[in-house]
Structures are given as structure tokens and as C-alpha cells.
Design a protein around this ligand. Structure first.
Ligand code: GLA
Length: 699
């Protein structure tokens, strides 16, 4: 029994010895929680396991055909597991470990449950112990199975996308049978996020019961949601390392530990579900914890590969004048990197572009009062590089098969220790020899021909690769703890709770066109807080600078435009926006986020951020398209104290929090009719935005 702030999660062993979920939902007194369910099975076609909400079903024994969490083969060829509960221990107030053991073979499974009471979240992971003297081959080892209450037909909310177009919120009724979301790419992928939310179809942003969760893993992953007829519909959601082409040999005396999955319940709708994850990520996951980030400049869209000391210096000087605090030099700075066909792997400054190394540029950037950041892509190599010429065997590949390139690059085999060590060595030297405070860690392709693990079990590559990436991160972070890391994979291709144990921020998408970005940011915010969401103002698209700033100020603001081309007027405006952002950034990045009106598929949207103590906030409103004559939706603010009084910039008078929240307000972003010299110009109000600060009146 795990009692959280507002919810309860209960499990128990039934009479037949199955570990089953007893309850997950709104908090109930212990005595009201139902007993662990028993079942006799149904007809000759379904055993008890088929009908029970088993916490960690193992495959092979009995008449159960539901999605298992564990599948293994013993050395003698037996492929059936028969796990029984043998013990449980409680560690402090937050942890419960349940021990399962096979009833014949020396295989033990420890299920770890960690409660996060304030956010109503439960974290689960599993360690599989081979206590015998012959190896055990795992063919599936998921992290958990989650059981929302039976008897409901659930709607699954999930996030889909592709490069340049990530984070679409989809809400699909789960069909009977198994729905599978996954990545087979060795990275999290742009296509799907390892996040889910289930509701009965009636939840909204602020109301309704939602069961939600995510997986903390940055490699190939799978989520299965299975609906069966029993108990007039049972729904089981499993998450874990993808078992596609996966196997893992656990040697005698050894263990395999899965990544963690976290899940929660709320009756406050999708908004409350997101806020619980936001708080958890900031407080429990991120390496630097609850902290807001600097306004950065990034050179990529301004210069592409055309990076050199004078060019970067010129950009840095303008950036500093705008109030930027961190100058990040993107791709193109290292040996032979004049385009994307060469250079990856050779991580020393290009001598033609930086004849005196990076120091003069970094010194200049520091003298301008900014930190210096740099782009790297440690897992990749161009065939046209000294590294590849020296170590052609270091890439992921199969013999006798083509090494398929993508963006002219191959993947280094981060599963191999010598490749990890090499990566640690050059990254350590780069950070040790230069004053670098920020690293953008990119990864611009996914795997092909997945060969290159030469241990007993070649299919371990999938997991060992990600473990290798994590090891490099951990080692470098330990040696350079002050450095802030950004996870990027061609935009949002590696965004998950696993990478956020190592990286502080995420590059959400390579698409920086602000109208598209509004929807992208909204999808991203289902899972991740604004502090993690880097958002740059660039030159992409045709929309006004004001609109672009308003969009990017909803996250951790950056600028990625070619500042040399900005007019004095644009620079003046930018300076004012950056100054305002610095005043509101703690509220945006560390406060509570309320999606008042959705951006995806809507022409008028609003998002509000409130400080945790409800003392101040900021409201962003965006009009992308409303047909004329337009009417403006009423916005009902959130997160205020009912009886405190608040002012809203641009509106007259103070009103109580209750009034702003219940009576609402309107922010008309109107079209204008302008008469000049007798001709009428109709200035449509589309693509305009308002940024309104919210202040509590003292007393
Ligand atoms: C990826 C990133 C971009 C940029 C380029 C550099 O596409 O997502 O932001 O860093 O690589 O090559």
C-alpha cells in the first residue's frame, strides 16, 4: 500500500500467490482498499493470469496470453517462467521492494517501488538476479505494468511526430487488443514520446481523472496498451526497453536492471498531470535541480557551417548588447567541418577558422559578460574524418553489409568501452582546456545495420549503446559539474526522463517557425517543464519580431537569428523583450503552467504561468487565425489565491483571484481598419500576441 498526497496505490498477493494490483486512484483509507483479487480463470482457454491485474507478469507458465513484462530462456532451453512472491521489504518511508523467485530455477526478480507523495507519482524499476551457475537469456524485461481501474473504456493520449514536426497531441480510443508505441531506432525518436495519459474520454485540461506515466530511457523503447474483455474491460499499460531484436545474457551471479518508469493519478485533468511531471522533473530528475536558465544565443541558423573567429565575435558583440547571457557556437568549428560531409569525429578547432584556437573567442565572449557554450555530436563520425580512417571498426555495422550513412555520417559504437573512453577523453580535454559553461550534445541520425556487440549476446547492443552514452555523460558531468548540457537529436529526437538525469535542457525541434512552434511547445509541455524547453527567436518565417519573442518567452528564451541583419529597431525591440524576459523567467521556468486554450488546431490560444506562491504570473495570448468578424474567447485564469487581489497588465483595476478565475477576462487581439489618404487598409489581427504580467496587490 502506497499512500500518496491525494492518491493510493495498492498491491497484494492473492490466495494463488499472484502479485496483483488492488487499487490505483483517488486516496482511500487502507480498510477500504479491495483485497487482492483471485480468479479461477475462465473456461479452458484462459487461466487466472489472463484475468488478473498482475503487477509484473512473467511469460510461459499457465494459460495467460496477455502482454508479459518478462520473458527468458534458461540454459537448458526451458522458456517458461514461474515467479512467486518470496518477500517484501520497506526502505524508509518511500521505498518498497518486492522479491519474486522462480519456483524451480535460481532466478530472482526485485520489483522496486518508490513513492513521490507530493506529486502523486510512483516510480518503478526491476532488477533481475541470476543466482545460478548457468547464464539466463532475457528476451523481454519491461520496467512495469500499470493498471488503471478495470471496467472503463480508455482514451490514450500520446505524442507523435517526425523531424521538424514533433509533439502532436493525439487522443485515440484504445481498441480491444494491443496498441503498441515504440522506437526501434536506438534513440527515443521524433516519432513517438515514451509518455501516456489515459482517461475515460471526458477529461479536459483542468478536470477529470487521468492516469499517466513515462519511461526514463533514451534508447529503443516500447509501450503496450492492452485491452481485454475480462472484468468488462481490463487495460494494462507496460513500458520498458524495447524487446524488438533485444536479448540480454545475465551471467551467473550477475543482474540486469531496467530503466525506471514513473506514473501517477490525478483528478485535475491533463494540466494537473503535466504539472506533476514538471515538478518531478525539476525536483527529482534534473542534474541541476530547480533552476532557471540563462538567455542564450546560438549561431546555427545565422552561420550554418560558416563559423570563424571574426564572424562569431561580431555576433557575440551584438548578442551581449541585447542582454544575452550565454553565447553558444554551433556546428562548424572543428577540423575540416565546412559542410556536413566531413569532420565529425575530429574534435579540435579548425585551424583555418580558429588560427589561435578557441581561447581568443571565448575570452572575448567572457569579456562581453557572457558564458561560452559549444556544439558537439559525440556519437557520430563522418567517413571523411581522421577518426574513421584510424578506427573504421568503431562504428555500428555488420560485416558484409553496407554501412548506410544518414546526413553523411555513421554512428560510433558507444556500446564499446574503448569508444566511450575515447569520447570521455576528448570531451574532458575540451571542457578542461577551455572555459565552457554549456554543451549542446547533438545526435543527427538513428541506427542502421545494428551490429557491433561481440559478447555472448549480440542483441545487447541496443541497451549497451544507451548505457554507454549515459556513462559518458555521468563521467563528464562528475568532472565538470557546473556545465549545463542540452540534449538535441535533430531537434526533439532525444527527449525523455532518462536523458534528463544527465542533460539539463532539450532542443525541442529544429522547426523554429513561431506559428508551428506554438503547437510544438504545447505538445512538449505535456511532459516537460518550461525550464527544460529551449526556445529561440530566429529569422524563420515571416512573422513579427514581437510574435516570435512572445512564443519563445514561453520557455527558456534564446535567440538564434542572424543578428548582423537585424535593424536598429529590431535590436531595440529585442533588447526590451530580453529585459522583460529576465523579470519573468523564474515564473515561466519554475512556476506552474496552465494551458488555458490549446494551440494545436486552434487559431487563438493562451498559456499562463504562476509562481509557486501565487504572488505573480504571466499570461501569453496568441492569435494565429480568427476569421473576421472575430470574437475572442473568455480566458479563465488559474493558480491564483481566491481572496488575494491581482492586477493584470493592460486591464484596469484589481480583482480577486476568484474573479479572474471564475468570471474570466478577454484579451482581444483585434484587426484594425486604417484610413490613409482616403484608402482603407484592413490590417488583420492574425499572428499577434499579448504578454501580460499578473501581479498580486500587496496586503
Ligand atoms: C541538428 C540540430 C541543429 C543544429 C544542426 C547542426 O540539426 O538540431 O540545431 O545544431 O544539427 O548541424
Amino acid at each position: 500500500m502506497l499512500h500518496l498526497h491525494r492518491s493510493s496505490y495498492a498491491l497484494g498477493v492473492n490466495r494463488a500467490g499472484f502479485l496483483v494490483n488492488r487499487y490505483w486512484g483517488a486516496r482511500l483509507p487502507t480498510e477500504s482498499i479491495p483485497d487482492a483479487a483471485d480468479s479461477e480463470g475462465w473456461a479452458s482457454f484462459n487461466g487466472p493470469g489472463q484475468l488478473l491485474p498482475e503487477e509484473y507478469p512473467a511469460w510461459g507458465s499457465g494459460l495467460s496470453y496477455v502482454e508479459p513484462c518478462l520473458k527468458a530462456t534458461f540454459a537448458d532451453g526451458v522458456r517458461a517462467l514461474d515467479l512467486r512472491v518470496v518477500g517484501a521489504e520497506v526502505n524508509g518511508e518511500r521505498e518498497l521492494i518486492i522479491q519474486l523467485r522462480d519456483n524451480h530455477y535460481p532466478l530472482r526478480v526485485s520489483l522496486l517501488y518508490r513513492a513521490h507523495p507530493t506529486h502523486d507519482l510512483i516510480e518503478r524499476s526491476v532488477t533481475i538476479h541470476n543466482d545460478g551457475d548457468t547464464p539466463v537469456r532475457l528476451e523481454r524485461a519491461f520496467s512495469a505494468q500499470w493498471h488503471p481501474p478495470a471496467g472503463h473504456s480508455y482514451r490514450l493520449s500520446h505524442l507523435t511526430g517526425r523531424w521538424l514536426d514533433e509533439w502532436h497531441i493525439r487522443r485515440d480510443r484504445l481498441p480491444h487488443g494491443t496498441t503498441r508505441l515504440e522506437s526501434r531506432r536506438i534513440m527515443t525518436g521524433h516519432q513517438h514520446s515514451s509518455w501516456f495519459a489515459l482517461d475515460d474520454g471526458g477529461a479536459g485540461e483542468e478536470t477529470g481523472e487521468v492516469w499517466f506515466g513515462a519511461l526514463a530511457w533514451s534508447g529503443s523503447w516500447a509501450l503496450t496498451a492492452e485491452v481485454t474483455d475480462f472484468e468488462s474491460q481490463m487495460t494494462r499499460v507496460s513500458l520498458g526497453v524495447n524487446d524488438w531484436d533485444f536479448a540480454w545474457q545475465v551471467p551467473p551471479g550477475d543482474t540486469f536492471t531496467t530503466p525506471a518508469t514513473i506514473a501517477g493519478w490525478t483528478d485535475g485533468g491533463f494540466g494537473a498531470a503535466s504539472r506533476a511531471l514538471h515538478d518531478h522533473i525539476r525536483e527529482d530528475v534534473l542534474p541541476h535541480g530547480v533552476t532557471s536558465h540563462n538567455v542564450l544565443y546560438n549561431s546555427w541558423e545565422a552561420t550554418l557551417f560558416d563559423v570563424d573567429e571574426p564572424g562569431q565575435t561580431a555576433l557575440a558583440e551584438i548578442a551581449a548588447d541585447l542582454g544575452v547571457e550565454l553565447f553558444v557556437m554551433d556546428d562548424g568549428w572543428f577540423k575540416g567541418r565546412h559542410h556536413d560531409r566531413a569532420g565529425l569525429g575530429d574534435w579540435s578547432p579548425d585551424t583555418a577558422k580558429f588560427p589561435h584556437g578557441l581561447k581568443p573567442l571565448i575570452d572575448r565572449v567572457n569579456a562581453l559578460g557572457m558564458g561560452f557554450g559549444i556544439w558537439v555530436e559525440p556519437e557520430m563520425v563522418n567517413p571523411d574524418s581522421d577518426l574513421y580512417r584510424a578506427h573504421p571498426d568503431w562504428v555500428i555495422h555488420f560485416p558484409n553489409r553496407e554501412r548506410t550513412t544518414a546526413r553523411n555520417q555513421l554512428m560510433l559504437n558507444m556500446a564499446r568501452e574503448e569508444v566511450q573512453d575515447y569520447t570521455i577523453q576528448w570531451l574532458d580535454a575540451l571542457l578542461g582546456n577551455h572555459k565552457i559553461s554549456f554543451v549542446k550534445w547533438d545526435a543527427n541520425r538513428n541506427v542502421s545495420e545494428p551490429g557491433g556487440w561481440y559478447g555472448e549476446e549480440a542483441r545487447e547492443l541496443w541497451v549497451r549503446y544507451t548505457q554507454g552514452v549515459y556513462r559518458v555523460f555521468e563521467t563528464i558531468r562528475a568532472r565538470h559539474p557546473h556545465v549545463v548540457f542540452q540534449s538535441c537529436s535533430g531537434g526533439g529526437g532525444r527527449a525523455d526522463l532518462g536523458i534528463l538525469r544527465h542533460a539539463d535542457q532539450i532542443w525541442v525541434s529544429d522547426n523554429t517557425e513561431p506559428a508551428a512552434r506554438l503547437g510544438i511547445q504545447e505538445g512538449f509541455s505535456q511532459v516537460f517543464p518550461a525550464s527544460v524547453m529551449e526556445a529561440w527567436v530566429t529569422d524563420a518565417g515571416t512573422l513579427s519580431l514581437d510574435f516570435r519573442f512572445a512564443v519563445s518567452m514561453c520557455g527558456a528564451l534564446g535567440i538564434g537569428a542572424n543578428l548582423l541583419k537585424w535593424s536598429d529597431e529590431e535590436r531595440r525591440k529585442a533588447k526590451a523583450w530580453v529585459a522583460l524576459y529576465k523579470q519573468i523567467r523564474d515564473v515561466v521556468q519554475l512556476g506552474d503552467q496552465y494551458r488555458l486554450l490549446p494551440a494545436q488546431g486552434q487559431g487563438y490560444s493562451a498559456v499562463q504561468y504562476m509562481a509557486k506562491d501565487a504572488s505573480e504570473g504571466v499570461l501569453f495570448v496568441f492569435r494565429t487565425h480568427l476569421a473576421e468578424p472575430a470574437t475572442f474567447p473568455t480566458l479563465y485564469l488559474r493558480g491564483m489565491k481566491d481572496d488575494a487581489r491581482y492586477t493584470i497588465e493592460g486591464l484596469d483595476g484589481a480583482r480577486s483571484g476568484a474573479a479572474w478565475m471564475r468570471a474570466g477576462l478577454q484579451v482581444p487581439l483585434k484587426s484594425e481598419i486604417v484610413w490613409t489618404h482616403g484608402t482603407m487598409e484592413y490590417r488583420i489581427g492574425d499572428f499577434t500576441a499579448a504578454v501580460r504580467r499578473i501581479a498580486r496587490v500587496p496586503g
